[in-house]
Design a protein around this ligand. Structure first.
Ligand SMILES: [Zn+2]
Length: 187
């Protein structure tokens, strides 16, 4: 036992990896910018409605990272990631441009419908206010009524069409109207 322990020598030099080889192996790393580009690219495709916010940085980072990895003589890897990053960025931008002609008219249509709904609510409130005022003032159909007459029955913003139309209060017994076509009080 004793002899064995004394005679054994650690074979340091033969088993250790030479320092120079070790360090050159470690200095090869993946470009962080390439990873960032790919992540941004994927996010830009997933969140397509806000895609350009992520697609443009993905394209810029991707191109920079791609150029850096190509010019690093093998010290920097991730050219594939950078390529995938800016390609997904371009795909997302392309999809946005394709969908824009569909999205914009739908957005306008939705906004118009919302404005019409609010306007009709205003017209209904003005109509109700006219009835209440006519009842309290003992006014009969056909008698003139002004905004000032019914101001105590409705909020001031009720006289504003959300699309900028002009209201005609009209006499008692007649429905109030808006100058915008389609903005009308129905039964
Ligand atoms: Zn209106």
């Amino acid at each position: 036992m004793f002899l064995c322990a004394v005679s054994w020598q650690p074979p340091e030099k033969s088993t250790y990896v030479p320092t120079t080889v070790h360090s050159s192996f470690c200095s090869t790393k993946t470009s962080g910018l390439a990873i960032t580009s790919l992540v941004l690219g994927i996010v830009s495709v997933v969140l397509l409605c806000v895609g350009p916010l992520f697609a443009i940085p993905a394209i810029i980072c991707g191109h920079i990272a791609y150029a850096r990895t190509r010019g690093s003589q093998g010290l920097l890897t991730g050219a594939g990631l950078a390529l995938a990053g800016f390609i997904t960025g371009y795909v997302s931008l392309g999809l946005c441009l394709l969908l824009l002609p569909i999205a914009i008219p739908n957005f306008i249509k939705g906004r118009d419908a919302a404005q019409r709904t609010v306007c009709v609510i205003h017209l209904k409130q003005i109509d109700d206010a006219k009835r209440s005022w006519a009842l309290s003032q003992k006014k009969s159909d056909g008698e003139a009524v002004t905004a000032a007459d019914i101001s105590g029955y409705v909020k001031p913003d009720t006289f504003e069409c959300p699309k900028g139309g002009v209201y005609q209060i009209n006499p008692v017994g007649h429905r109030p109207t808006c100058s915008i076509p389609g903005h009308e009080l129905k039964d």
